[in-house]
Design a protein around this ligand. Structure first.
Ligand SMILES: O=C(O)CCC(=O)C(=O)O
Length: 275
C-alpha cells in the first residue's frame, strides 16, 4: 500500500491539491497515448465532443488505469476505503489549436454531494508551462462555491465555458507533470489551464471523479464501478468493466452514460455546449 504521506495530506488540506505523484511508467503512459491514437484512427470522431467522456467503459487499457492500485492507495488516503469510479474525461490540447480551460471549480455543476470525492489528473504526455499544464489557486478550496460566468466561448474545453473572474494569476501554481505522473485535486479548488504553445499534443486522462460510496448524484443518474471496498449506500447503478476495445454493448452503455452526464452538466443552462 502506497498511502499518501502526512506531508502530502497536509499539502492537500492546505492547498487543495497534491502533485506530482508517480503512478505509471513512461511505457504505460505511451501505451495509453497509443490507445487514444488507435481509436482516433480507426473510429474517427469517437472521442469528439461528449465522446471525450467515459473512455474507461470501452477500453481495457483505460479501465486498468482507473483501477490502478497506486492511484487507489492515494485516493483512499483522502476519501476513505469505499471508492467508486463515477466518470472519466480526456483533456487533449493539440499543438497549434487554441484550447484552454477557464478558471473554475469542479463542484459547481457536477452534482456530487457531499464533497467526499477527489479528481485524479493522469499525465499521458508531459504537461508543463509550455504546453498548457493546469494551474491551481492554492487555498481557494476553502471558501464557498464562487460565481461562474457561463461564457460558452469557442476553444474553451469546459462544457459551459464556466469562468471565475478576478483570479490572482500570480498566486497560482503550475502543475508540472511528467508522463505517468498524476495530480489529485479537491472538488472546490479553483483551477484552469492556458494554451498549448508546444509542438506536440498535451493529453490528460482525468478520473472525474473517485467518490466515496456516501456521495450521491443530486442532479441526475450516474453509472459507477466499485474500485475498492464496499458500496454501503447503493445510490448509483453499477456497471461492469470492459474486456475488449469498443465492444458493441459497452459502446451502447457509454452512449447512455454520456447522455445522462450531459443532462447533469447542463442542468439549468441556457444552452448546450460542444462537450
Ligand atoms: O486538463 C486541463 O487543462 C484542465 C482539467 C480540469 O479542469 C480538471 O481536470 O478538472
Amino acid at each position: 500500500m502506497t498511502a499518501l504521506t502526512l506531508k502530502q495530506l497536509g499539502q492537500y488540506e492546505r492547498d487543495g491539491y497534491i502533485s506530482p505523484i508517480d503512478v505509471l511508467t513512461s511505457d504505460e503512459a505511451l501505451e495509453i497515448r497509443e490507445e487514444i491514437e488507435r481509436i482516433e484512427n480507426q473510429w474517427p470522431n469517437e472521442l469528439d465532443g461528449l465522446g471525450r467522456n467515459y473512455i474507461h467503459l470501452i477500453s481495457p487499457i483505460f479501465d486498468r488505469v482507473c483501477h490502478n492500485p497506486k492511484i487507489l492507495d492515494a485516493v483512499e488516503s483522502i476519501i476513505g476505503r469505499n471508492i467508486l469510479i463515477c466518470g472519466s474525461t480526456l483533456f487533449i490540447k493539440n499543438a497549434n489549436e487554441k484550447g484552454f480551460v477557464s478558471f473554475h471549480q469542479d463542484a459547481k455543476y457536477i452534482g456530487l454531494e457531499p464533497h467526499n470525492w477527489v479528481t485524479a489528473w493522469v499525465a499521458v504526455t508531459d504537461s508543463n508551462e509550455e504546453n498548457g499544464c493546469m494551474k491551481m489557486w492554492p487555498g481557494s478550496h476553502k471558501g464557498e462555491l464562487k460565481y461562474h460566468d457561463q461564457k460558452f466561448n469557442e476553444n474553451n474545453l469546459l462544457t459551459r465555458g464556466q469562468t471565475i473572474g478576478n483570479v490572482p494569476i500570480n498566486e497560482t501554481n503550475s502543475v508540472v507533470l511528467k508522463a505517468g505522473q498524476m495530480s489529485l485535486h479537491h472538488p472546490t479548488i479553483v483551477h484552469g489551464s492556458g494554451l498549448n504553445k508546444g509542438n506536440d499534443r498535451r493529453i490528460g486522462f482525468v478520473i472525474q471523479s473517485y467518490i466515496g460510496s456516501n456521495v450521491d448524484q443530486v442532479l441526475g443518474k450516474m453509472y459507477v464501478q466499485l474500485a475498492r471496498g464496499e458500496d454501503l449506500f447503493n445510490y448509483h447503478e453499477h456497471i461492469k468493466r470492459p474486456i475488449e476495445l469498443m465492444n458493441k454493448k459497452d459502446n451502447l452503455l457509454r452512449k447512455k452514460a454520456n447522455d445522462e452526464l450531459s443532462k447533469i452538466f447542463y442542468t439549468g443552462a441556457k444552452k448546450i455546449g460542444k462537450y
